[in-house]
Design a protein around this ligand. Sequence first.
Ligand code: FNR
Length: 360
Amino acid sequence: MTALLNKLQSTPQDVQTATDYLPYAQPRVPNTIWQYLAGGAGKGHTMQANLTAFDDVKLTSRPLADVKGGNSKLELFGQQFNHPLLLAPIAYQRLFHIDGEQASAMAAVAQSGQMVVSSLASQTLEEIIETANQALWFQLYWQGDRTRTLRLLNRAIEAGYSAVVFTVDAPVKQAVMALPDNISAVNLEPPLAININAHQSKVFDGWMAQAPNWADLAWLRDHISVPLIVKGVMHTEDAERMIHIGCDGLVVSNHGGRVLDGVPSSLEVLPSVVERFSGQTKILLDSGIRHGQDAFKALALGADAVMIGRPFIWGLASAGALGVAHVIRLMRDELEMTMALTGAKDLAAIKQLNLGKTIK
Ligand code: FNR
């Protein structure tokens, strides 16, 4: 087995964009963990589509526009951010760096952004938010039943998490790899046992018996007063029902192509959701964002904000908090450069470019 390289103490000169972190990150992470990070479901078609979808959207350069004093600031659920690039929930961040979620939280805050802390965090919700020293968002996975779910939620809200991102597209959490002894989902109670007989279906009578349904979403809405955002929306009928239930935001996402292979890229789905529900709810997007220009395209197609997944973990695995902050900063600069060259002075101006009309 090859020895892992030590973490970097500074950001490398030749890293000009997030993907330049790849050759720094991979040799610093054991191979099985790298596979867990990089992998997708099935044959990887959706994961691939998430990347290429951005290439199909064309921009128009608009020189001479006066964009002095422009910015990419955003207000979301009462919080002010300097840019619309949030850190997506990623499980077990101590797999990638000993400082884990605390490092990512520090970086998000230092860059005046936001982090969504996973239910499967490898550090306690309290210690992460204490490091951040600002309200973060909490990503909820259903905990098998309402009582257990509410216990977890109440803990997060008491700790100071100011919004809940409820992930609905991955109801079955299978252990994809054996975790090292010192890393676990420290905020969770032991999972409920699955009791099925030899004739029952593992899926329908086992896993799905513990999965949330529409009634649970409505129940959840009634039990929390902070903004509720649903992550993993890929159909306008589902979006409509979520808005009707009172959800404050939706994340158009296919979980980075990690759950159901064969669905379209989230960017392809975005315009249909925007067309029907823009203004009625906040619309976020993730899956496949690798460059600030990708973020720009999602915003131009109507997203209010985007979430970055794997790329910030490349920064974390390479150089801890410094690496995460660098990835966010690079993407923000790329986004703002794209804004400047297309004549968009702020996020509202990006939406007015009406790129949706040019997508094929
Ligand atoms: C994830 N994702 C995820 N989502 C979630 O709601 N809770 C979680 O705990 C995790 N954990 C997780 C681990 C790893 C290793 C990856 C790569 C992803 C999905 C994540 O929030 C986001 O939807 C995708 O990562 C976005 O796609 P990109 O940016 O990675 O292409």
